[in-house]
Design a protein around this ligand. Sequence first.
Ligand code: SF4
Ligand code: SF4
Ligand code: SF4
Length: 297
Amino acid sequence: MRIKFGHAIQKFLLPILLVIVFSLLGLGVYAYKLKLQYFFLFFGMGIMVALGECIIILFPKRKQLFRRIIQGLVGGGLFFGISINFRVNFQFSEVIFDIMALIITGALIQFIIARLIMPFIVGNAFCSRVCWDGAIFELTQNLLPKLKIIKNRSRYIASAYLLFIIILTIFVSRYENPALNEDSRFYWIIGENIFLLSIGFIISSIWGRRAYCRMFCPFITISGLFSRFSIFKITPVNSDNCVECKKCDRACPMLVNVSGFVKNKKRINDRNCILCEQCVSACNNECIKLAPGLPWQ
Ligand code: SF4
Ligand code: SF4
Ligand code: SF4
């Protein structure tokens, strides 16, 4: 009985952790805003993500379908339910706006928890489970023209873009800081999201699917610094079964050299990995799976 319970905990460890992390996120926002609705919003979001994760675990053959549906629902809920409805800017610009205004908003708290703390547990899984931009990029990737050049991440381009966003937002905040004005924040949220999606579509049609995520997104530039120490990683479980077909590499939207890690019997600690498990779904020999382990491995 104890073994069965332990097995169930191990199997559903990720959804359990997600509920805990989202609840902490809600508590953090509640502590700042003193409005209980924020706690319930984040708690509800955590329950949704965790339930989705349970469905993914229970139906491994439909993993990608369910993951995309869940990301669309959670991301859509976050954008329309919280971002637009309560005028909370979840994009990176708000981090700088908050710092410039010397205030702490829910957006800054969510950045700290989702991008600085969660990566130590679930890496960049926010990008494959929650982010609405990522959901739109993924759901529309088949509409894009066939790729011409598939471009890998450049640390210099990513860092330069991060610097550009910081300088731009500091410049804007000197004239009108959206962190201090709900109306301008609302227009900033709309404008920034349209801008990001447009950039994403344009470069994805040149440099391959999720090119914005891979090449530019400041969030992954930052969370990728910590995700290599994540407890959950894609883990080789049957390396000896690997036939080096490289289907996992071709399935990876972030261009991670999955088969190389499998060959070396190493957990995937690539800072670009978003734990989407497309490599897991692509492998017919069940060589890899998403599993917990020691953070430094
Ligand atoms: S990399 Fe950025 S845009 Fe892409 S899914 Fe992650 S947070 Fe969203
Ligand atoms: S898809 Fe599986 S068998 Fe093929 S290279 Fe990747 S890990 Fe090996
Ligand atoms: S390595 Fe696997 S889990 Fe990580 S981004 Fe690539 S396909 Fe997704």
